[in-house]
Design a protein around this ligand. Sequence first.
Ligand code: AMP
Length: 182
Amino acid sequence: MGAARLVGVAGEVEPIRAFVALGSNLGDRAANLNAAIERLLEAGVDVVRVSRFYENPAVGGPAGSPDFLNAVAEVRTTLEPHALLDRLLAVEAELGRVRTVRWAPRTIDLDIILYADRVIQSPRLTVPHPQMHLREFVLAPLAEIAPEAVHPVLKATAREMLDELKSNARPGLPNPTLSPKQ
Ligand code: AMP
């Protein structure tokens, strides 16, 4: 499984570029996003750039769900994809417990949307994130910080995917025009 890692002249593993989508619709949403970024840095995930925070209506949740605040972070990491996922899940669990005495909806959602140019399909992880090209709340912040980032299956850049999504937008329907290109 997976491509060989890039190894530098001194034998060290070279960091790759990945993108993490962040979302929060509970509590102090901006503070939750900032706390997640802080925790990722503390966990050794090198966050090099973060988009602005975008406000979006909740998609697919129960009626009346509060609006989300969304962002995308560019990270440099030597962690393998599943190890990166484990760090994200740990940060989610840590922040989800903040200020709660009983089970409560999570205050933060973290997804790996791109991991270098890797295509990963395992029981725990699908990368690129299967919905990313259909979600303006992912593509808008991604196109802000990395318009040239390429979806390795669709062979389209973040900017192209966003333009395509906007030009074909039909409320509530997935975008049928983007399909994997050879
Ligand atoms: P959710 O809470 O709906 O975001 O789902 C979280 C679960 O989705 C995680 O426990 C992962 O095992 C799984 N998953 C699959 N692909 C991804 C991805 N690209 N990024 C984050 N989680 C993923």
